[in-house]
Design a protein around this ligand. Structure first.
Ligand code: FES
Length: 150
């Protein structure tokens, strides 16, 4: 008879102890979680989301802007800026009015500059801006804009 690999059956006392130990461990884990969660909320701990990169082929049309679902990209020969399309008032999707040269929210008519600065309206904050990397070819003309959405 080989002893290796075989286990002797647990007695009732041992089995009860094992069960109590497991219950204690689970209770300790639940208590630890219930203490850690409010602490993380209190310290406003957030896991930073991974940035998402969106590529826009360049150069942009003469109007100098390009609207995507999440942002509006403005660019000239040297600079580029992308601003969020989500209104800082109640979250409607905003539009750039080319003839008036400002961004307007269709819901309550908050207005913003091309740089996302608030001009007027119920929105109290500026639009978030995103970093834009301009990629150029060997002749120096713009081929792509890479927008980093956070
Ligand atoms: S949601 Fe944009 S102004 Fe109200």
């Amino acid at each position: 008879m080989s002893v290796t690999g075989s286990r002797r059956p647990l007695s009732k006392k041992e089995s009860r102890r094992s069960l109590l130990r497991k219950m204690f461990n689970w209770s300790a884990a639940a208590v630890a979680l219930s203490l850690v969660y409010p602490l993380l909320r209190y310290t406003r701990f957030r896991v930073k989301p991974k940035p998402r990169y969106v590529t826009v082929n360049g150069p942009l049309p003469l109007s100098g802007y390009h609207a995507e679902r999440d942002f509006i990209l403005f660019a000239d020969n040297e600079t580029a800026i992308a601003v969020s399309r989500t209104c800082t008032h109640l979250g409607c999707r905003i539009n750039f009015l080319e003839d008036k040269d400002y961004i307007e929210c269709p819901c309550h008519q908050s207005r913003f500059t091309r740089q996302g600065k608030r001009i007027t309206g119920p929105a109290e904050k500026d639009l978030p801006a995103y970093a834009v990397e301009i990629q150029k070819d060997q002749q120096g003309s713009t081929t792509k804009y890479v927008v980093e959405l956070i």
